[in-house]
Design a protein around this ligand. Structure first.
Ligand SMILES: [Zn+2]
Ligand SMILES: [Zn+2]
Length: 292
């Protein structure tokens, strides 16, 4: 085993261990119900194809500020918890178009093919006439080795350019040049329309197949997974039709992009399959229930 693959295995073991640890200490999650989750402060850790992720509810519901343009219009609030805009994403009543803004720190521009995977995913699952992925834009380095959820919220406030307006629902994605304050995490959903990705960690675990999964594949998978949280999965904005939730708002099906954890063997099996995971039947059933 070369040093690179050894490091990956170590990363996996660490991730799985921590995921269990966090779940053990957050049993209150299991008692959450839709409508209450926004008032409860919780943290959980998930592991997806070694792709760990975390959704980060705000401690208190902040409203509408942070667009930096000083307008006093009671604009669509983009500082609510992940899952709170699920219906706005999934249905077309109020918004017929979704705009995906991508910003990145120097050296961490996401690959086009990963963005294509996200676009295909959103076009498949959202009831929208259009899904537009804006040209990725570079922003200055934040100058940190690690970024917390609050750090990325602050960075969004400084840099985000596109906001929900008219019939266009805007969402935001920031690729930072460091790791998460908990180093296993590759991405977090931290507001109702916002995700962040930890470029240093993504680059660290990706490489050249077959020894390492390609960066394109890791990015495509994490992008889809975090958007799954914005769409209210699992039971975190859209109601679960049949029980399939485990380890926070994640899916029990290991073939689903919303799956929470995987062991080393599964990691290799999954990551070198040609396709990037999508939603399984359980998750599809949940989103179709609100799209009828
Ligand atoms: Zn997750
Ligand atoms: Zn699922």
């Amino acid at each position: 085993m070369n040093p690179e693959s050894y490091r990956m295995v170590d990363f996996l073991n660490q991730a799985v261990t921590r995921g269990t640890h966090v779940l053990h200490h957050t049993p209150e999650w299991l008692r959450l119900r839709p409508g209450l989750f926004h008032s409860v402060s919780f943290i959980f850790l998930s592991v997806l194809l070694t792709v760990s992720c975390d959704t980060q509810p705000t401690a208190s519901d902040q409203n509408g500020t942070g667009n930096g343009n000083g307008d006093d219009d009671p604009a669509y609030s983009h500082t609510r918890n992940p899952g709170m805009s699920a219906i706005d994403f999934l249905r077309n009543d109020d918004f017929t178009e979704v705009l995906v803004e991508i910003q990145y720190m120097p050296g961490y521009r996401p690959a086009d093919s990963g963005l294509d995977e996200l676009q295909a995913f959103l076009q498949d699952h959202l009831d929208k006439a259009d899904v537009i992925i804006a040209e990725p834009e570079e922003v200055p380095s934040g100058g940190q080795e690690q970024y917390s959820a609050n750090d990325v919220r602050q960075l969004e406030e400084e840099h985000r350019r596109h906001f929900t307006e008219g019939s266009t629902l805007a969402s935001y994605n920031l690729f930072v040049d460091g790791s998460y304050t908990d180093g296993n995490v590759l991405g977090i959903a931290y507001y109702n329309t916002s995700n962040a990705y930890f470029g240093a960690t993504i680059h660290d675990i990706s490489g050249s197949p077959p020894l390492n999964p390609s960066r394109e594949k890791v990015e495509g998978t994490v992008l889809r997974h975090e958007y799954g949280h914005l769409l209210g999965l699992v039971d975190n904005g859209v109601e679960m039709q049949e029980h399939h939730q485990e380890n926070g708002p994640h899916c029990t099906d290991e073939g689903c992009v919303m799956y929470h954890a995987v062991n080393t063997t599964d990691f290799f099996a999954n990551m070198f399959d040609d396709s990037i995971s999508d939603l399984d039947e359980y998750c599809l059933q949940d989103i179709h229930a609100v799209q009828e």
